[in-house]
Design a binder for this molecule. Sequence first.
Ligand code: PEP
Ligand code: MN
Length: 359
Amino acid sequence: MSNHLDQLRDELDQVNIKILDLINERGRLVKEIGDIKKSQGMKAYDPVREREMLDHIIDQHQGPFEYATVKHIFKEIFKAAKELQEGDYRETLLVSRKKKPSDTIISVGDISVGNGENQFIMGPCSVESQEQVNTVAKAVKQQGVNILRGGAFKPRTSPYDFQGLGEEGLKMLRHAGDQYGLKVVSEITNPKDIELGTKHLDIIQIGARNMQNFDLLKEAGKSNKPILLKRGLAATINEFMNAAEYVVTQGNSNLILCERGIRTYETATRNTLDITAVPILKQETHLPVMVDVTHSTGRRDLLLPAAKAAIAVGADGIMAEVHPDPAVALSDSQQQMDIPTFEHFMEQLKQPHAVVNNG
Ligand code: PEP
Ligand code: MN
């Protein structure tokens, strides 16, 4: 009896290996088919073909399994094959680390982003006046920060809210940057204005609300300026990577990714900072990754711990908002730091061992 059991078990082991071999053989065929489809510009997934295959299998089926069980098993096999094809597709993304294993370092004049040192992008939510942006620029410079931010084209939820000073704002930001020896970054929202950004800025920002504005991404891809691309409010990491791909496919690979929080059911913070997006993006892509602690948390008291966390998980830099008098700021008055708070923030981050970086 026990002999017979052992024998059956032996047979079962052999069948398992046969199934394994057959599944892998199927996988190889699917990959080959996927490559041909790709070269002909066809979509990998073909539901009609899947239906035909299932019908054929059911036709041939003789038991002892139920039809539904067989269907379920094959659907899982089809799903695995589809994932295999999609894996190949990601392999071909230009932003993927599989395509380019080494880190991309972005040169912004004489400074670098992504070279292992932390860069900070600090400045007001919106440029409101020359005096306001100069005051912040001075404080930012004193803390050894290299990049000044300030919005001029503001994507506001309400059309009645301050919309930004437009090109005048870009000029004020540039002026402050030149005066204090800082690089400048600002958001451009309209493809037509990429030209203005190229003229006045060192880095062009594409904001969360425009992460999938494909015309804007393509236009940014045609410029030679570094682009700071923020993750969309409800974008998956895969969608974020594909948005980045839009820029790179147009020829501009000077791209910095920025995690800025995503919408979740949590209301304690303005958005939910997806801290694991940082190491995932660092693994999956070769691009520098920064973290915007202001828009992700929406809370002044969380800026410092969020920045420490970002650095600890390998971010290449931090963005945060600073305003001379946040209470009267024309946008985001709840979450910008005043100058003493900003100084404390920077001093804390610069402390040796402020962050334990486990690499
Ligand atoms: C900003 O940085 O000014 C901004 C509007 O951020 P986000 O696009 O991430 O909301
Ligand atoms: Mn803001």
